[in-house]
Design a protein around this ligand. Structure first.
Ligand SMILES: [Zn+2]
Ligand SMILES: [Zn+2]
Ligand SMILES: [Zn+2]
Ligand SMILES: [Zn+2]
Length: 338
């Protein structure tokens, strides 16, 4: 009997040790497995979101924290994180992203005019900019804690839900205060129907937009100046036609400047946002245009230095107009935009 007790004690001890080991392994492994599972799920979600972004007509961006009170345009709920389109201003949470992408139209870069030749407002509901005022009653918009009020993605007019039907412009959009800088979607639609190359018909069409019309192309390098380029491009896509705003990290200046050939010669301006390298790259592309015999389409250049761009403003003529004999070969009088 005594011998049995002596034998069973070490056996019980080793059982306890095994149990302790098992619990320790379990206590360590469970959080590790949960973390692993979560990170796999997160990367799966990211892949799905990336895929939607890539195929979308919208200019989606993801944020972990909206910088103002924001409501989902699909489920109307208050959201803290999610996606927003920097072209049309639609905001959604992750769950509603796919639905929003399918059902909500974006700012159309090319669209026919109405029967009377004018453009209709293109309204997006909710998330109007802070401190925007109703075009009808002149009271502040977007003050209610819900998805409310409308903004036209072209002219930036804002109206209350109840005031929209009282707007006295007959639904016609005049493209707002930046109309002289915007390439209107109906202009591009007509141009697209005309044959290739700038013709007399193009000039007539441009004349309908007024003598002050001087469209600006924005070329920015999103890799310059601590992501300032990214934010700038977003602002310009909101205010202008997204087709005239180019991210040089995705498209070369030569390709971007091809748009100049569809716009009236001598009127186009280019705003280059970036560092010295970016500015030089764009000027080279303009030079190449001239060598190809497209001198008439060479745009006027204005520079907005980002990052290390301060050196470019020290170059002779740059930042305040280019001098004769510079790489661009044009004088300050030919750069009224500078
Ligand atoms: Zn939602
Ligand atoms: Zn959009
Ligand atoms: Zn409008
Ligand atoms: Zn109102």
């Amino acid at each position: 009997m005594e011998a049995d007790e002596v034998n069973s004690e070490p056996a019980a001890d080793s059982r306890d040790e095994w149990r302790l080991l098992a619990w320790t392994v379990l206590a360590v492994m469970v959080p590790v497995l949960i973390t692993l599972w979560c990170s796999v799920q997160r990367s799966k979600r990211k892949m799905i979101i990336k895929d939607i972004f890539r195929r979308s007509k919208h200019g989606w961006h993801y944020t972990d924290l909206f910088n103002k009170p924001t409501y989902c345009c699909v489920c109307f709920q208050h959201i803290i994180q999610g996606a927003f389109c920097d072209c049309c201003g639609v905001c959604v949470d992750e769950q509603c992203l796919r639905r929003a992408d399918r059902s909500l139209p974006c700012k159309e870069i090319m669209a026919p005019a109405q029967a009377d030749g004018t453009l209709a407002h293109s309204w997006v509901r909710g998330n109007v900019p802070l401190c925007s005022y109703c075009a009808v009653c002149k009271q502040q918009c977007g003050t209610q804690p819900k998805l409310c009020d409308f903004r036209c993605v072209w002219c930036q007019t804002t109206v209350h839900d109840d005031c929209k039907s009282l707007l006295e412009d007959g639904g016609r959009c005049d493209l707002g205060e930046f109309r002289s800088l915007i390439v209107p979607p109906h202009y591009l639609h007509r141009i697209n129907k005309l044959r290739r190359g700038y013709t007399e018909e193009h000039s007539k069409l441009a004349a309908t937009l007024g003598s002050g019309w001087s469209p600006v192309l924005v070329l920015a390098n999103t890799r310059s100046g601590n992501n300032m380029g990214e934010a700038l491009l977003g602002e310009f896509r909101t205010l202008l036609n997204p087709v005239q705003v180019f991210d040089l990290s995705q498209l070369s200046p030569a390709k971007a400047l091809q748009l100049c050939a569809l716009l009236p010669p001598g009127r186009v301006r280019v705003l280059v946002c970036g560092g010295d390298g970016t500015v030089g790259w764009v000027l080279d592309a303009i030079d190449a245009m001239k060598l190809k015999g497209q001198e008439q389409f060479a745009p006027h250049v204005t520079i907005l230095p980002l990052g290390t761009g301060e050196r470019s403003v020290q170059l002779p003529g740059l930042g305040c107009g280019l001098r004769r004999g510079d790489p661009c070969g044009t004088g300050p009088e030919e750069h009224p935009g500078c």
